[in-house]
Design a binder for this molecule. Structure first.
Ligand code: NAD
Ligand code: WQD
Length: 337
């Protein structure tokens, strides 16, 4: 039996493919390389000494999906493919809805056509909006403040409706908190295009000298030191969460959401300090205005995933930072040599 992994050449996808291969699963990857290259999976093959079939193509291409489901004995899908930049989503919302919402509907339609009902979806902690309290539990109210977040919420709603319409569906909505770090080999990691939007890749590029200083977005939040607090989770822990969710689907009924985080929050300045320690490099920063749309504090109550999936994050902040730095320093230009 084969797991179809859409977006499997990307950051979280490539780490998950590696863990799936190590768990002796057959893996078929579909990726259009809009935000990745085949180099990540070439390295995954080297690291695991296993094969993975990689198809260059788009989830919006129904004929291609039908061919894949005809040619391979796919029995479950892990769906990473999509666009993920919050700022960009406000500029080109139609692209976000087309890729993330319509692309997913297309995929679900073909799954249904081929009687494949096990689905693991990359949702995001962004669906909790600006939570009234922390830690955040799965049953907190959901909302979105930008097209990216809305696209995730729409897909969640579609999945809930689908599962309610037909009890064959078994769907895990995985709400990731803030994925960081890289595989401990230093061979695969996050390879952002242009100026990184997210904190960790930006800090890493400052430490290596590619950028002058980190702009810290606001130091007047109601947090430990005034800077934003987030629940950073090691990407390998996150990848393993997918394997646990997939294994659990056989026993699960309907559509269930799980928060995947560590349950601990760190501020921007705590992250800077921890990275300086791990890299032994200075990370100069300056405080600038708040970034519109940012919230003060966000971290998970990770107990539901622990109880139901027997999954818990095991890598601490030091490991996240060391692994990020190993990836950044061994691959200063990412996958581009
Ligand atoms: P990524 O951009 O590295 O990976 C996404 C992959 O999907 C890329 O390889 C891209 O080429 C591919 N892709 C995009 N559109 C496609 C399409 N229409 N057809 C086929 N392939 C397509 O991003 P990531 O960080 O690995 O994120 C994976 C998923 O997790 C995304 O859905 C993202 O929204 C979600 N997520 C990410 C984060 C994060 O901070 N990284 C947090 C929460 C949720
Ligand atoms: C983290 C903290 C910033 C950059 C986003 C998406 C979310 C999810 C993960 C996909 C915040 C501060 C950042 C910088 C800074 N993605 N920061 N200077 O905003 O928590 O979440 O990525 O689903 O949907 O919204 O992550 O890494 O951008 O920011 O001071 O240059 O770092 O203000 O407090 P965020 P982030």
């Amino acid at each position: 039996m084969t797991v179809l992994v859409t977006g499997g050449a990307g950051y979280i996808g490539s780490h998950t493919v590696l863990e799936l291969l190590q768990a002796e699963q057959n893996v078929l990857v579909l990726d259009n390389f809009s935000n990745s290259s085949s180099e990540s999976l070439k390295r995954v093959k080297e690291l695991t000494n296993k094969t993975v079939t990689l198809i260059e193509g788009d989830i919006r291409d129904k004929a291609l999906l039908e061919t894949l489901f005809t040619q391979h004995s796919i029995d479950s899908v892990i769906h990473f493919a999509g666009l993920k930049a919050v700022g960009e989503s406000t500029e080109i919302p139609l692209d976000y809805y087309e890729n993330n919402v319509w692309g997913t509907i297309n995929l679900l339609q073909v799954m249904k056509q081929f009687n494949v009902f096990k689905f693991v979806f990359s949702s995001s902690a962004t669906v909790y909006g600006d939570p009234q309290t922390v830690p955040i539990k799965e049953n907190f109210p959901l909302s979105a403040t930008n097209p990216y977040g809305r696209s995730k919420l729409m897909v969640e709603d579609i999945c809930r409706d689908l599962a309610a319409s037909d009890s064959n569906w078994k769907i895990a909505l995985l709400r990731y908190f803030n994925p960081v770090g890289a595989h401990e080999s230093g061979r695969i990691g996050e390879d952002p295009n242009g100026i990184p939007n997210n904190l960790l890749p930006f800090i890493a590029q400052v430490a290596i000298g590619k950028r002058e200083a980190l702009a810290v977005f606001g130091d007047d939040y109601d947090t430990v030191d005034g800077t934003g607090v987030r629940d950073y989770i090691h990407v390998v822990d996150l990848a393993n969460g997918h394997l646990k969710a997939l294994a659990h689907l056989a026993k699960q009924n309907g559509c269930v959401a799980y928060s995947l985080g560590t349950g601990k929050g760190y501020s921007v300045l705590e992250m800077v300090k921890a990275f300086e320690k791990a890299s032994d490099r200075p990370v100069p920063y300056k405080i600038v205005a708040r970034r519109p749309g940012d919230i003060a504090c966000c971290y998970a109550d990770a107990s539901f995933a622990k109880e139901v999936l027997s999954w818990t994050a095991t890598r601490n902040l030091e490991q996240m930072m060391k692994d990020s730095w190993r990836w950044q320093s061994n691959n200063p230009e990412g996958y581009k040599k």
